[in-house]
Design a binder for this molecule. Structure first.
Ligand code: FAD
Length: 243
C-alpha cells in the first residue's frame, strides 16, 4: 500500500516499517476488540517500552490512513503482541472486527518513547478512556507498587467492565460520559478530584493524560497553569479527536 506524504515524512524521520500478521481476534467487551498479531520482526528491531505504540496503515476508500495503536503484552521471544481497539465508526475500528487470522497490516515505528515518572514520585495520576486503556494498563504493569489514581471515561455503560490491571494501592474511577461531549465529564471529574480530598501534589506527583484532544489540552493547561506542575511531571497526548 502506498503511504502517501505521511509515509514520505516518516521515512525521512527514519521510521521503521513492518508487516504484522493476524493470529486471532476476540471481542473483549461490547465496544472493544482484541487482535493478536505476529510482529514481523518489530520487537527484535524496536525493543518494547511501557505504553509503546505503533502507526498502523488502514486502507479506506483507496487511500492509506495512519492510526496509532498501543502494544499490549509484547513478547519479544515469541515475536507477538496484542492490539486492543475501542470500537466506533472508523476505518481502524472496522478493520479490527472484520480481520481474519492470516490477514496482514502494515506498521511503522516512529515517535514512540517511554514516559516515566520522576524518581520518588508520590502518586501517579492516569487519565484516559478505552482508547488509552492499553497504555494505562501497561503503565500500571510497569509501576506496580507506586500508588496510582486512575480516571477513565466510559463512553458506553459496558466500558466499565473492561479489564483494568489495578493492584493494591491503585484506585480506579470510571466517569460516565452520559451524553456529554467526549472528555467533558472526565475533565470535570478529574479537575474536581485534584482540588478536593484526593488532592494532587504538584511537586511530588506525576500526571499522565491521554484522552480526547480537547479534554487532554484543557487538563494539561490546568495542570501547568493553575496547579503549577513542572513540565517533567506532566505527560500528555491527544489520543483521538471528536468530530
Ligand atoms: C499514541 C496513541 C496510542 C493509541 N492507542 C490506541 C489503542 O491502543 N487502542 C485504541 O482503541 N485507540 C488508540 N489510540 C486512538 C486511535 O488512534 C484513534 O481513536 C483513531 O482515531 C481511531 O481511528 P479510526 O480509523 O477507527 O477512526 P477515525 O477515522 O480516526 O475517526 C472516525 C470517527 O470516530 C471517532 N473516534 C475516533 N476515535 C474514537 C474513540 N477512541 N472513541 C470514540 N470515537 C472515536 C472520530 O471522532 C470520528 O468521528 C491511540 C492514539 C494515540 C495517539
Amino acid at each position: 500500500m502506498q503511504h502517501g506524504w505521511e509515509g514520505v515524512v516518516l521515512k525521512a524521520l527514519r521510521g521503521k516499517d513492518f508487516v504484522l500478521t493476524v493470529r486471532g481476534s476476540e471481542q473483549v467487551g461490547e465496544q472493544y476488540q482484541r487482535v493478536r498479531v505476529s510482529d514481523g520482526g518489530l520487537l527484535a528491531a524496536c525493543p518494547p517500552h511501557p505504553a509503546m505504540w505503533v502507526r498502523l496503515w488502514f486502507e479506506h476508500e483507496g487511500r492509506a490512513h495512519q492510526r496509532a495503536y498501543t502494544l499490549v503484552d509484547p513478547d519479544p521471544a515469541a515475536g507477538t503482541f496484542d492490539l486492543e481497539f475501542a470500537l466506533h465508526d472508523g476505518p481502524a475500528a472496522h478493520w479490527s472486527v472484520a480481520v481474519q487470522p492470516g490477514g496482514t497490516i502494515e506498521a511503522t515505528v516512529q515517535g514512540t518513547r517511554e514516559a516515566e515518572p520522576p524518581p520518588a514520585t508520590r502518586v501517579v495520576h492516569l487519565v484516559g478512556d478505552p482508547a488509552s486503556l492499553p497504555a494505562v494498563n501497561s503503565l500500571l504493569d510497569a509501576h506496580p507498587t507506586t500508588p496510582a489514581r486512575v480516571w477513565l471515561e466510559a463512553g458506553h455503560p459496558a466500558d466499565r467492565d473492561l479489564p483494568v490491571r489495578a493492584r493494591a494501592g491503585h484506585e480506579v474511577v470510571w466517569v460516565d460520559r452520559d451524553g456529554a461531549a467526549p472528555g467533558q465529564a472526565l475533565q470535570a471529574a478529574v479537575t474536581g478530584a485534584w482540588a478536593g480530598d484526593a488532592a494532587a501534589d504538584p511537586a511530588q506527583d506525576w500526571f499522565w493524560v491521554a484522552c480526547e484532544a480537547a479534554a487532554a489540552r484543557a487538563l494539561t493547561k490546568h495542570l501547568r497553569r493553575d496547579l503549577g506542575v513542572a513540565k517533567d511531571r506532566v505527560s500528555s497526548l491527544a489520543y483521538w479527536r471528536a468530530t
